[in-house]
Design a protein around this ligand. Structure first.
Ligand code: GMT
Length: 377
């Protein structure tokens, strides 16, 4: 198949999933065309069967805002015609599903469109009356719509009420990018003692990530055991969180590491991953850490409760509940046998439910159904 993919190419779960899926499809022999504003950051080496088409958004004095959506749609239409694409896979209902629909009209071809909903396009933008009808239109005019969790599917019906089937397909990681293993030198190079426990959180530091709860949780853990908290990422909450760490006098034990390309190295020195979000359609960082062997604690928000099986593969707490999160963390980190058992169950569960080959099969089946090919073609 010839597959066109559009996503936000910067660091962020939706861009990662779009890029990794494109790579998997290219490895399966499909011809993949990324049509994005910049080179997706995981496409950092040449990969056969993948072509990158950059969207140029020019600014003219007559426009109050740069016309990203129009430029993107025009570029997609050109690529559809030039390469005779079979399917478009658009990540995010708006603007990308809408751009795909417009591009289809411009191209004059009956190309099939899959739209994948990632979360913020529904759980945040869906409440904006200026956008809701456009989101509904993008969903209803797509040929196939997928959501990254069952919870996001349900929220989409609640908030947007589209007249359309939505197929949940979980996120995945490319296992080769997140090997298990341990890096003692890395731990030492960051000034972390061998006997200290390492807790990690990776995000874009938006308010919904509730990093305040993570710091409160760490404070309670730190009172009981030698430990360090690694905070990876950057975003609007960063300065406030630095301030909070100073107020709690935790600055020697909380390491703000900024954005990092190779988070897998940091997962390899971590004992626990925390994701305490109030909204989270899936929580890709959890799956990345779990694949590397790090046991998670998350909140009952959105799709997190589908990723973590409470008491079996990690723990879940209510939003804002740092007390219980710390109790679970201390119980886990002070009992090596319990940790090992949970880690083993977690690794098995990750293999069984989220393995990249299982998820790639599900997407490939949907592509084939859209274009009317049988699944065993
Ligand atoms: O979490 C973010 O703010 C980034 C956002 C994105 O668009 O990349 O992540 C969303 O998509 C990811 C990939 O499907 C999911 O793992 C994240 O849970 C989801 N974020 C939210 O729902 C807040």
């Amino acid at each position: 198949m010839k597959i066109g993919i559009t996503c936000y190419p910067s660091i962020g779960g939706s861009g990662v999933i779009a890029t990794e899926l494109g790579i998997l499809m290219a490895e399966r022999g499909h011809e993949v065309h990324f049509i994005t504003s910049n080179m997706p950051f995981r496409l950092n080496k040449p990969i056969p069967n993948i072509t990158f088409h950059q969207v140029d958004v020019n600014q003219y004095a007559v426009f109050q805002y740069p016309p990203y959506d129009i430029s993107l749609s025009t570029k997609i239409a050109n690529v559809i015609n030039e390469y005779d694409l079979d399917v478009l896979h658009m990540h995010y209902a708006i603007p990308h599903a809408i751009c795909g629909i417009l591009a289809r009209q411009m191209s004059g071809k009956d190309i099939k469109i899959m739209t994948t909903l990632h979360g913020t396009d529904i759980t945040v933008l869906g409440y904006d009356h200026a956008l809701r009808n456009a989101i509904k239109f993008g969903i209803e005019q797509s040929d196939v719509v997928t959501s990254v969790s069952q919870s996001l599917k349900e929220e989409t019906y609640d908030i947007i009420k589209p007249n359309k089937d939505i197929v949940p397909i979980y996120n995945f990681v490319r296992e080769s990018e997140f090997p298990t293993g341990y890096q003692p030198e890395l731990k030492t190079s960051y000034g972390i003692a061998e006997d200290e426990k390492v807790i990690i959180h990776v995000s874009n530091f938006r308010k919904v990530k509730r990093i305040d709860t993570i710091i409160d949780t760490f404070k309670l853990i730190r009172q009981e055991m030698k430990s360090k908290l690694l905070l990876i990422g950057d975003g609007p909450e960063l300065l406030d969180m630095r301030e909070k760490v100073r107020e709690l006098q935790l600055q020697d034990d909380v390491l703000f590491l900024g954005k990092q390309d190779c988070v897998s190295n940091f997962y390899q020195i971590s004992d626990l991953v925390l994701l305490m979000s109030e909204k989270e359609s899936f929580g890709l960082t959890l799956l990345e850490a779990m694949t590397t062997g790090v046991v998670p604690i998350g909140t009952y928000a959105g799709g997190i409760k589908e990723v973590i099986k409470h008491g079996e593969t990690g723990y879940l707490v209510d939003i804002g509940d740092s007390q219980h999160a710390a109790e679970y963390a201390i119980k886990l980190l002070s009992n090596p046998q319990l940790y090992k058992q949970m880690q083993q169950r977690m690794l098995t569960d990750v293999q069984q439910r989220f393995h990249s080959s299982i998820i790639a099969d599900q997407y490939e089946d949907q592509y084939r159904q859209m274009i009317g090919e049988s699944n065993d073609a």
